[in-house]
Design a protein around this ligand. Structure first.
Ligand SMILES: [Zn+2]
Length: 197
């Protein structure tokens, strides 16, 4: 086992999802809460209000110029939880697609299963599922290696460790991500990665 408390690991994991969402332009106003209070099915979660993103994506009705940015943002947001946890623990990087693909579902954390479904929606003749997955994992790790992003993750995690659940409209939560919020939308490299035209 690692030396980090389980609560700390969960807090960093959920903070990773939340901060990635804020940076990638997913919006924080529709986050109802971030919590590390466990339920029957999860050790913590970012609770969204009225979130139909996956239904919209998988419905196939969006034009590609809208579906690609939505899906890629969702993909990196999903991977950011396990990526933050791995970074905290000093573990190996995220699973490569080949390892994910050949791993049985029961052995995989929920975030990876979500990511796999998202990748299926995004794959195209000129972009394999493996390429989309492996580039997204690399970019997610790249994102978390930024000192400003990691500082925001640690700040959100501290709030979660103190309070258990933090409401989405809590000013302290917003203040932690304000400096990096929508950063991807202003950065040409990230706009390319997100396929924002
Ligand atoms: Zn997660």
């Amino acid at each position: 086992m690692n030396g980090k408390g389980e609560q700390h690991v969960t807090a960093i994991h959920e903070a990773g999802h939340y901060v990635a969402r804020a940076f990638l332009g997913g919006g924080t106003s529709n986050v109802a809460a971030v919590t590390i209070v466990p339920t029957d099915t999860a050790s913590g979660q970012v609770v969204l209000e009225r979130c139909h993103d996956f239904q919209i994506l998988s419905g196939g009705l969006l034009p590609a110029r809208a579906a690609q940015p939505l899906g890629r943002r969702m993909l990196m947001e999903a991977l950011a939880g396990p990526a933050a946890e791995a970074r905290l623990n000093g573990d190996d990087a995220l699973l490569a697609y080949a390892d994910f693909f050949f791993c049985p579902d029961w052995a995989l954390p929920r975030d990876y299963l979500d990511a796999g479904q998202i990748v299926e929606c995004l794959a195209a003749p000129n972009e394999s599922a493996a390429w989309i997955w492996d580039s997204a994992t690399e970019w997610t790790e790249d994102l978390l290696s930024r000192p400003d992003i990691w500082a925001a993750i640690e700040a959100v995690a501290s709030l979660l460790i103190a309070d258990g659940t933090v409401d989405g409209d809590d000013d302290r939560l917003w203040q932690t991500v304000e400096p990096i919020c929508d950063g991807a939308l202003r950065d040409p490299t990230w706009r390319r990665r997100l396929r924002i035209q």
